[in-house]
Design a protein around this ligand. Sequence first.
Ligand code: GLU
Length: 309
Amino acid sequence: MPDLDRVVQEIADEMRARPDRGEVASYIPELARADPNAFGLVVIDAEGHAAAGGDADIPFSIQSISKVFTLTLALGMVGDRLWRRVGREPSGSPFNSIVQLEREQGIPRNPFINAGAIAVTDVILSGHQPREALGEILRFMQFLALHSGIVIDETVAASEKRTGFRNAALANYMRSFGVIENPVDYTLGVYFHHCAIAMSCRQLATAGLFLAYGGRHPLAGHSVISAERARRINAVMLTCGHYDGSGEFAYRVGLPGKSGVGGGILAIVPGKASIAVWSPGLDAAGNSHLGRIALESLTKRMGWSIFGA
Ligand code: GLU
């Protein structure tokens, strides 16, 4: 078995040196300020051993990676009834596509495209004030990451609110079908804010551990969800976690994963480890360019693809 610490270190060094870094997202103006040269990689196992390379402790905007955790919370609140409001099929469309919603009567394809994640946020919001719902999400992240200092970057949230016309269109459209139940501004407010949570690779990898170990967080010492639910969330991450780049990610990396336009990716090696990687430059599908390449190299060298070594 190759030495994990060495492999992670070598990959971090290789990635830092590469000239092809992708394009930093700029449709949310505040995200454009990210340093394209940043790169971090952390792998954590059930014993809490962390193999870390590069900018492992610098917080970045987790963006759509938050959707894994809001999906977990919403399933905990309403169980499988959630699947009446959102599907679980890959979309094959860009993350903010409107066309598909019209064809499918306002029911988003899956919980990870923007429309689906906004519908999931609406489920968490129902019966609460936006502030309470957001507090619930943030506390969940702090609990899973074993870090009470995790915060929402208000500048990023405000920047997305100012420019989030496409998400507002998706939310209003779903409201017209009754898929969104709360005032659209409230739902979007909570959505923009949970996307703006800032975390480091180390914190994110720690937070993902419950998905690697059958729903039980080995370091928090708590059962977060059932093993069956963890398995299913991993399945949705594998098939839908990278928008219309999900097939390519499964082909090259072979792990359940979820990307965010801040350049982060959370990837799960069932029974073995939780991984977070961060490099702000994105590929054409909106997924971290070097993040994906680093994960491909890591799974290959460790023999970690769920499809076989
Ligand atoms: N907050 C971003 C948006 O709604 C999330 C997109 C992403 O990370 O892929 O546009």
